[in-house]
Write a new protein. Structure first.
Length: 170
């Protein structure tokens, strides 16, 4: 095994564990807690954004997917028929699940959380109570959309991790 393969496996496995773990944590604990906190949840989200959470995790997710794709293509080139073998199909299915989770994060979760944070900040500066309440309602709706997508992404990432764990043994 060459050094590039070792490094990419490390990136893939460690990145995947962190990505899946954080996504499950966010879907089960963080996003529901933010919703329960009401307007104060926007403050926590703003702090998380300042700490670049919504930048770091998409990059980690992308590196996980790209390294996995490289490993899959490499295995397919080294062993003709790999992609149609049980192992290849299982790993490929897990990869598709991870790709779907990546797209959910990039197209729904991240943008919804960014808009929710911006909307909550606008609400904090709103002069009229009606305007503030409308903005807070919109922020809550956006966080709800992100939470629903995060729950789906969690399931997809658990399936992907399971496929990676058993792929060699099917």
């Amino acid at each position: 095994m060459n050094w590039l393969t070792i490094v990419l496996r490390l990136v893939h496995v460690v990145g995947g564990v962190l990505w899946a773990g954080f996504t499950v944590f966010a879907a089960v604990y963080l996003l529901p807690s933010l919703a329960e906190a009401g307007p104060d949840g926007g403050k926590v989200t703003a702090v998380l954004q300042r700490r670049r959470l919504l930048t770091v995790f998409p990059i980690m997710a992308l590196l996980t997917v790209l390294s996995g794709l490289w490993l899959y293509v490499r295995a397919s080139r080294m062993a003709p028929g790999f992609s149609s073998s049980r192992m290849g199909i299982t790993l490929g299915f897990g990869g598709v699940c991870a790709l779907l989770a990546l797209f959910l994060g990039a197209l729904v979760i991240g943008p919804s959380m960014n808009r929710a944070t911006a909307t909550a900040q606008q609400a904090a500066q709103a002069q009229a109570n009606e305007e503030r309440q409308a903005l807070l309602g919109l922020a809550a709706q956006l966080r709800g959309r992100a939470a629903a997508a995060a729950r789906l992404a969690s399931v997809l990432l658990i399936v992907a991790a399971g496929a990676m764990a058993i792929g060699r043994y099917v």
